[in-house]
Design a protein around this ligand. Structure first.
Ligand code: SF4
Length: 296
């Protein structure tokens, strides 16, 4: 029977594994700025890191500081977002850059409350920047970390419903006292949750904390439940929005409704998708029946 979990042991085992097995993602370079960390976290929230990496590199080359991004129209941010999906994130990053220039001397602030006050920055992103950019002892809790902590430390098969205060408390209890090691432990927990302690098929045989994992020690099987539905994309309004946005993004000037029509034959759905782009501020009507990217 494996020994029960011990907070500091879990973190040390996780860090040791992370030092040898972490993926080589471009924003993990020691040279990455706080702004680079912030951008990487926003991009990675709803998009796989493999798709994020080339776009992040382009952004950092073009806009190495918030001031560089804030100096350009928001349309350029939407354009450079490419096909990462959920493009409102590009608008929020542009708004964030503008706020950083106006209120924070052009750099992300260090404290979680100040980070939380920035446009588009929530509980996860604020703590990720505090930990990964500034080496602070802050619990960084995403879905993968919640699951890892629930299994390894609490012996539960899954984390249940998200409750931010409880999730933060459970995770911070596992962090080493030394801030820089705590930040590394946070990165390690995320990586183990993403690569090893996955939702449906945890690879306990390759897990660095297997000998200290409470859930593994309990001998419980994964609950057999409905597998998570893969979200349909084809035929959804989201797909139509993406197609319309691609036309606006690639155009050198405003486009007419007739130019948008070929992307989707269902007039009602196309109009609905266009209206939602206008409502979200991603596109604007420059004249009756003529459209452009926001800020173009
Ligand atoms: Fe997850 Fe298995 Fe590792 Fe426990 S031993 S943390 S269940 S992968």
């Amino acid at each position: 029977m494996p020994a029960p979990a011990d907070a500091s042991t879990l973190a040390h085992l996780a860090i040791d594994w992370y030092d040898r097995h972490a993926r080589d993602l471009p924003w993990r370079s020691p040279a990455t700025t706080a702004w680079g960390v912030l951008v990487s976290e926003v991009m990675s929230q709803q998009t796989p890191v493999g798709r994020v990496a080339p776009i992040w590199l382009e952004w950092m080359e073009r806009w190495p500081s918030p001031a560089d991004l804030a100096a350009e129209p928001v349309a350029e941010a939407i354009r450079a977002w490419g096909r990462l999906g959920y493009p409102r994130r590009a608008m929020r990053l542009h708004a964030c850059a503008t706020t950083l220039v106006r209120d924070h001397e052009g750099q992300p602030p260090r404290s979680v409350p100040e980070l939380l006050a920035l446009p588009g920055v929530g509980a996860y992103t604020a703590r990720a920047v505090a930990a990964f950019a500034y080496g602070q002892r802050e619990p960084v809790v995403d879905t993968n970390v919640r699951r890892f902590v629930a299994r390894a430390a609490a012996g539960r098969a899954d984390a249940g419903a998200a409750t931010t205060p409880a999730d933060l408390a459970a995770t911070v209890a596992l962090l080493p006292e030394q801030p820089s090691r705590a930040a590394r432990a946070s990165a390690a927990f995320m990586e183990i949750g993403a690569l090893v302690c996955t939702a449906r098929a945890p690879v306990c045989g390759r897990c660095p904390v297997a000998a200290r994992c409470r859930w593994r020690a309990s001998g419980q099987a994964l609950p057999v439940g409905p597998t998570r539905k893969v979200q349909r994309y084809a035929g959804t309004d989201r797909q139509v929005r993406g197609l319309l946005l691609a036309v606006l993004r690639d155009a050198t000037g405003p486009v007419t409704g007739d130019q948008l029509a070929p992307v989707w034959s269902d007039d009602v759905q196309r109009d609905r998708a266009l209206t939602s782009l206008l409502d979200d501020g991603l596109a604007r009507q420059v004249a009756p029946g003529v459209y452009a990217l926001a800020g173009d």
